[in-house]
Design a protein. Sequence first.
Length: 308
Amino acid sequence: MPRAEIWRAWCFLVWLSFQRQARAHLMVWIALGLLALSVLIIIVGTQSGRWNMAHWTHPRGKGPTYTQHLDNLGYAGMLPWDAPEASLFRMVHGATATAVVEGSGFLVFSEQIIFQLFTTFLLPMWSVSFASEGLGREREAQNLVWVLTRPIPRPAIFLAKYVALLPWCLLLNLGGFVLLCLAGGAHGRWALEVYWPAVIWSTLAFSALFHMLAACLRRGAVVALLYAFFLETIMGNLPGHFKRLSISFYTRCLMFDRAHDYGLYPDRPLWYLPVDGTTAWLVLAGITVLCLLIGAVVFSWNEYLDVN
């Protein structure tokens, strides 16, 4: 078969697979439900002013807030200041409190929403929604044998499925990330400007991994869900080097590297043991390429006769 015809057949397969991915299924509705719930929670937190350190207490949960501590220090007579000194303190206190409230918003939003909620939970869960369906839907609909009889090499078929599902994964992950950040107000828009490249690279890696699992395993979607729940959510937050088995770890390292100029670092660097941004980017790119190569090889060897 001429190469031009193979190329046209491959492009048609990409377009056909892209259209099939557009048909919403259960996993997509669950992902959209998680997105709606997360946006609602962030909107409530934004309206209540939760994305700053003004409400933080010391000791946590029972002590005075930062603002109250300064008020008590200066206004309750704890310091023997005269009227001019007290006036100067009030000026400094007002400027300091404002700077803390405004400057800490980006840090608090990044820690509570981006790192704890989005990177380790929502991002892998959303990626499963489309990435595990590139081959999984074909097997469930008993169309995979028909696809394999097309005059296209099997590695090219595997790659075509990945190319077709990738726009949907990017739309859900990056689009959901944009909505979460916009719901966070000014601090969220700041986070969107800093972190969006890390979301794209992480989506490429997650999509390739879950697409590979769909080619290697009959119930690849189930295994992908277990991976997202346990390895990414739990192991990704363990101390030591265990977290380096998770993609979200390198995503957060890439985010830390981009936010370095804004004063954002891991709370406990010796416990977290981050890698630099270049290393994180290379690992994410390497995971993407390696998963696609392994998946293409396995997809070429398997018979896929058990389509029922």
